[in-house]
Design a protein around this ligand. Structure first.
Ligand code: TYD
Ligand code: MG
Length: 468
């Protein structure tokens, strides 16, 4: 007879433990283990024979183009790679209150003209969703609305002959499979619910949109396996205090993963932002020290953002290094190169770095802009007026070429910038620069430091004699 036994599953990372412990050995989280009963079936080996021979086919063959359903929200469709794919599962994660329910309600309303859409809410009552729809001005859209949490009911509705083509499940953490004992939101339930829903979506060619909660650390709550199960993972991000929201693709089996969609949260829902650079630079002041404009790329799109630095004498023995919107390891590297190779002394100073507007920059191409902001803050000399900066910094203080220099320059010219501090070396095959920008080639980081050096004030600079 099969014997049942217990195992303990971490609710943060999905790690398995044979015994209960206070701290998950896999991810280090405290108090996250929950008991799960497993019916132990006697392990069976595979008997030889009985299999069916697979018929292998050529790599190149006729396949139908994946039809996509376009929501009409250009930014949303772009991140998806051109619209929703039938029979695909998309997971959308993000902090509470960031606008996940809002963006999905708007998306299904946009789709409702050409597809049968359904919105299943496990978090809010029908009235709440209706109220939001009215606020968004989409109450007239033909979207089937239901408040449900039992996956069996939802699957039955999706299987029906007149079932929907597109369905939103808000959120996967509230759903439960009644065959399991564990509570909704536990790893076992999240995994089982997602599995059932994805299975019926694949079978019926339904585009499934799942809302996923995120943990304190910002990853989608529950098992990481959820990210493996779905075709597309999007994160909806933004700073609470800012109006704009960024939809970022981190996994996409049907499109690119480096695209972002930019929205602004308004009184009447999310509005697409066609020109993010203009938005990110809207509060910028020209001619202040410690700030510079980085000409970045997000996917195929150039995005200009302001990088701000503040270098100030520290009252503490161990100076602070605080970063918002950039990688702190990367900052440590840039400061180390400034110290060791350029004679700029940052020791004894607190360093604060901020990407204005709440965008998160992950490109190494921002190195040079970060260095410019840091040095400018230290010397009090503003970065040349009307200029943008980009370039990657190597450990030997060389400034390396980055991709898409022309696209960056064009965007900067379009927004009224006239000058660019950029790597001296260009990628092979790069054409002549566009937009009539004045280009200041920076071969090595000390050249930039020299450029932002106040000749009248050597003391503030903290310069040490340095070779090369
Ligand atoms: P919501 O979509 O409920 O967030 P989530 O589902 O990610 O938890 O968004 C809620 C927030 O958005 C709430 O703080 C109010 C704000 N909001 C607006 O500013 N304008 C609007 O039109 C709507 C619908 C919401
Ligand atoms: Mg919600």
């Amino acid at each position: 007879m099969a014997k049942s036994s217990s195992r303990y599953v971490c609710q943060d990372c999905g790690g398995l433990h044979p015994k209960w412990v206070g701290k998950c050995e896999a991810c280090g989280a405290w108090n996250t283990l929950v008991e799960e009963v497993v019916e132990a079936a006697a392990p069976k080996g595979m008997k030889p024979g009985g299999g069916r021979r697979l018929s292998f086919v050529e790599l190149d063959g006729k396949t139908a183009d994946t039809p996509r359903r376009v929501t009409g929200m250009g930014e949303f469709d772009r991140v998806l790679g051109g619209g929703l794919v039938a029979g695909s599962a998309t997971l959308i994660g993000g902090d509470p209150g960031i606008g996940k329910s809002t963006v999905l309600l708007q998306a299904v309303a946009g789709l409702s003209g050409g597809s049968r859409c359904a919105y299943v809410s496990g978090e809010e009552a029908i009235d709440q969703v209706r109220m939001r729809a009215r606020r968004l001005g989409v109450a007239g859209a033909t979207v089937g609305l239901a408040a449900a949490t039992n996956v069996r009911d939802i699957v039955a509705s999706l299987e029906a002959a007149d079932g929907p083509d597109v369905v939103v499940i808000d959120s996967i953490q509230t759903m439960y499979v009644d065959a399991l004992d564990s509570a909704p939101g536990t790893v076992a339930q999240v995994r089982a619910s997602a599995q059932e829903l994805i299975r019926v979506a694949k079978r019926r060619g339904i585009a499934l949109l799942l809302v996923g909660h995120v943990t304190k650390e910002g990853t989608i709550a529950g098992p990481r396996v959820l990210e493996h199960m779905v075709d597309t993972v999007l994160y909806f991000e933004g700073e609470r205090g800012h109006q704009f929201r960024i939809l970022r693709g981190v996994k996409n089996r049907f499109g690119p993963t480096d695209e972002i969609g930019v929205f602004e949260m308004t009184e009447r829902g999310l509005v697409e932002v066609g020109n993010p650079s203009a938005l990110f630079l809207s509060d910028r002041q020209d001619d202040v020290s410690g700030a510079c404009v980085f000409a970045g790329m997000e996917g195929t799109r150039p995005v200009l953002v302001e990088i701000q630095a503040l270098v100030a004498p520290s009252p503490f023995g161990t100076p602070r290094r605080a970063v918002v919107g950039w990688d702190s390891n990367r900052l440590a590297m840039v400061t180390a190169v400034l110290e060791a190779r350029c004679g700029v002394s940052l020791a004894g100073n607190d360093v604060f770095l901020n990407v204005a507007g709440g965008l998160r920059v992950s490109e190494p191409a921002a190195d040079l802009a970060v260095a410019a902001a840091l040095v400018s803050s230290l010397t009090g000399v503003p970065v040349p007026k009307g200029s943008v900066v980009f370039g990657e910094i190597g450990l030997a203080a060389e400034v390396r070429a980055v991709a898409h220099a022309e696209t960056r320059l064009k965007e900067a010219a379009k927004l009224g910038f006239t000058k660019a501090l950029l790597p001296a070396s260009r990628r092979k095959g790069a054409g002549p620069a566009a937009g009539g920008m004045e280009q200041v080639a920076i071969a090595r980081l000390p050249d930039l430091v020299e450029l932002l050096h106040d000749p009248g004030d050597d003391t503030r600079f903290g310069r040490r004699a340095v070779s090369g």
